[in-house]
Ligand binder design. Structure first.
Ligand SMILES: C[S@@+](CC[C@H](N)C(=O)[O-])C[C@H]1O[C@@H](n2cnc3c(N)ncnc32)[C@H](O)[C@@H]1O
Length: 206
């Protein structure tokens, strides 16, 4: 059977293999980091929906090196071997009470990055509403666990309330914008929402 376009390895997949990253999604974070300097050496970073672990590995290898720390949470374990020394890996639903408790005890965080995505069904309205739930949950986690002046990245499927969420982010961050990485697949309807410089509770934009 002929391979579909999605099955065949594209240049990002080949580059990820060559550079030792378990997923091509690393280059989406790289684009956002290069444009917005989201993460700085010494930061405490929370990666939500971290498996197999490309974003976490990139943050460790390219930004933090032997400074700062990362908490990586996913329903599935990371496939990094070894897991870098400054990474705490939690396996479970990021929004369950048990994991929330652990995230709280390890926080607060300078930066929260989330590439969390639901299991897709192929039915766009179902997939976008699952993505909307996840992205709103990450936003609420950030309201609790992200430090003032912190930065946030949330993935959402377009058609899943991205305009409303962006509006909410604009109230809570000095700047918030949508970002479509070049590394996203051409048929992907994902969008990243970036919040820069979280405002204090007394400075919320109305
Ligand atoms: C696209 S993958 C992330 C890839 C990752 N950024 C990387 O570069 O390796 C999306 C991840 O979101 C995770 N996920 C979805 N819902 C979640 C939840 N409620 N809690 C934790 N992780 C979740 C999935 O298990 C999946 O591993």
């Amino acid at each position: 059977m002929a391979k579909s376009r999605r099955d065949s390895a594209d240049s990002y997949t080949l580059r990820a293999r060559k550079e030792g990253y378990p997923a091509r999604s690393v280059y989406k974070l790289e684009e956002m980091q290069v444009q917005h300097r989201l993460i700085r050496p010494g930061d405490k970073v929370l990666d939500v929906g971290a498996a197999p672990g490309s974003w976490t590995l990139y943050v460790h290898n390219k930004i933090l090196k032997d400074t700062g720390s990362i908490v990586a949470v996913d329903l599935n374990p990371l496939s990094l071997n070894p897991v870098p020394f400054n990474v705490t890996s939690l396996t479970g639903d990021a929004f369950s009470s048990e994991i929330r408790e652990q995230l709280t005890s390890l926080g607060p965080y300078d930066v929260i990055i989330s590439d969390a995505a639901p299991m897709t069904t192929g039915i766009r309205s179902v997939d976008t509403s699952k993505s909307e739930y996840l992205s709103e949950s990450v936003f609420h986690l950030a309201l609790e666990q992200l430090k003032v002046h912190g930065n946030l990245v949330i993935k959402i499927y377009q058609g899943g309330g991205e305009a409303t969420l962006l509006q909410e982010m604009r109230k809570r961050f000095k700047k918030a914008k949508g970002f479509k990485p070049k590394a996203s697949r051409s048929d992907s309807f994902e969008l990243f929402l970036i919040g820069l410089d979280k405002l204090g509770d007394n400075h919320i934009n109305q």
